[in-house]
Write a protein that binds this ligand. Structure first.
Ligand code: NAD
Length: 440
């Protein structure tokens, strides 16, 4: 199959490279010249484990191409994917669909022969109808079907998730009709290699598919927020949230994933998708109170993390030096979008602290967003002279720090562990004042 991928970001590049690896011929299109130039030079513009080798191998095999001008690739494609950003629209919290609409307009004038237009971006219910209307209006004679195929990959584990997904959701309207039937064949063929992994292809209606993506993210965000509230309760009553999480997670109806208490969820998806779902639900007069509460509780939690540092230091961070270990919203990515560090660092600075930080992959991006913090070359450089270290992101290299060395480098041995990667007894034994999350 010939695939055109519009948008070569975290989702577009990973999906494009994986489809190429399945044996399809893929052209990844982006309007950002620096991104395409870097890819053409063999550089990967994002940090995602394994992506450099996957891209290089498929470029070498002549199955993966990059371009600023997608016209030719779109004309020849069996399937054109839209994988552009859908950030929060300024002012009202709805998803900003301007990039999706622009992509639909570009596609409309170009498609030749039967083409499946696939929205991979996370888009609110009804967006498929809009994409279809835009193409139909611009090019009334076009032979096409608009399909929803939301992406569930996790940054940091994206290739594995794409190649061995729990499920692939494909939303097609009128599957018994001519265009719908042909679209189903194209989508089945695209994902055929997954049959080997027995990953189910779930064919549903287009609106259902659009909603599945938001429902999945909202549920996971709610699960994280649930355990975070339990963590606060554990602190109040003298219980241990990690044991609570294990105790409930072993119940198969609950499951152990997404039960790690922490500083509140961040990242490129959960914050914007929960708000967008709340707005959609309000718009249709079917409010989702649970998700509204989730959004509110999580926002407050991220803001409260700086106070936790102050409390550990004894009321104030005024005049203190605080070291942040980890800045990205989770390990194994350079993605800084809506990371908890973006709330924590400014709040510490506003309260009078000097903030120095280290992150293995995120500092380049973080330096643009957090110009007032001092970036250091290693975890050990970051803790020099610090009154407190705050473990913000659980990168593997922070799990096995030389704590005696850290203690010597700091002004005083205080560790605020927002990811619970150290054990309170060990830390006490080593002479640290230690504050985890929800552990009494
Ligand atoms: P991103 O910002 O990394 O990438 C989007 C890319 O699209 C950018 O490079 C941008 O330059 C390009 N673009 C925008 N308009 C274009 C156009 N008209 N033509 C060509 N290129 C264009 O975003 P992302 O993280 O890859 O997310 C894309 C979508 O996938 C979003 O809807 C997001 O919610 C969803 N999603 C993201 C993830 C994730 O983990 N990042 C996971 C699942 C779903």
């Amino acid at each position: 199959m010939r695939v055109a991928m519009i948008g070569t970001g975290y989702v577009g590049l990973v999906s494009g490279a994986c489809f190429a690896d399945f044996g399809h011929v893929v052209t990844c299109i982006d309007k950002d010249p620096s991104k395409i130039e870097r890819l053409e030079r063999g550089e990967i513009p994002i940090y995602e484990p394994g992506l450099d080798d996957l891209v290089a191998a498929n470029v070498r095999e002549g199955r993966l191409f990059f371009t600023l001008d997608g016209a030719e690739a779109i004309r020849r494609a069996d399937a054109v994917f839209i994988a552009v950003g859908t950030p929060t629209r300024r002012g009202d919290g709805h998803a900003d669909l301007s990039y999706v609409h622009a992509a639909a307009e570009e596609i409309a004038g170009l498609i030749e022969g039967f083409t499946v237009v696939v929205t991979k971006s996370t888009v609110p219910v009804g967006t498929g109808d809009e994409v279809e209307a835009i193409i139909r209006k611009t090019n009334p004679k076009a032979d096409f079907a608009v399909v929803s195929n939301p992406e569930f990959l996790r940054e940091g584990a994206a290739i594995g998730d794409f190649k061995r997904p729990d499920r692939v959701v494909i939303g097609i309207d009128d599957m018994t009709g001519d265009a719908g039937g042909r679209a189903q064949k194209v989508m089945s063929e695209l994902y055929r290699p997954l049959n080997l992994n027995e990953s189910p292809l779930l064919f549903v209606g287009r609106r259902t598919s659009e909603l599945i993506k938001y429902a999945a993210n909202a549920f996971l965000a709610m699960k994280i927020t649930f355990i975070n509230e339990m963590a606060d309760l554990c602190e109040a009553v003298g219980a241990d949230v990690q044991q609570v999480a294990r105790g409930i997670g072993l119940d198969k109806r609950i499951g152990s994933k997404f039960l790690h208490a922490g500083p509140g969820y961040g990242g490129s998806c959960f914050p914007k998708d929960t708000i967008a779902l709340v707005r959609t639900a309000q718009q249709y007069g079917a409010p989702t109170k649970l998700i509204e509460a989730t959004v509110e509780v999580n926002d407050a939690r991220k803001k409260a993390m700086a106070d936790r540092v102050a409390a550990t230091l004894g009321a104030s961070v005024q005049g203190k030096t605080v070291a942040l270990l980890g800045l990205t919203f989770k390990p194994n990515t350079d993605d800084m979008r809506d990371a908890p560090s973006l709330d924590i660092a400014p709040a510490l600075i506003a309260a009078g602290a000097t903030v120095q930080a280290f992150d293995p992959e995120g500092m380049h991006e973080a330096a643009k967003l957090l110009p007032d913090i001092q970036m250091k070359d290693s975890a050990y450089d970051a803790v020099v002279g610090a009154d407190a270290v705050v473990l913000v992101t659980e990168w593997d290299q922070f799990r096995a720090l030389d704590l005696d060395r850290i203690k010597l480098l700091m002004k005083q041995p205080v560790l605020v562990d927002l990811r619970n990667i150290y054990r309170p007894e060990d830390m006490k034994h080593r002479g640290f004042r230690y504050m985890g999350i929800g552990r009494g």
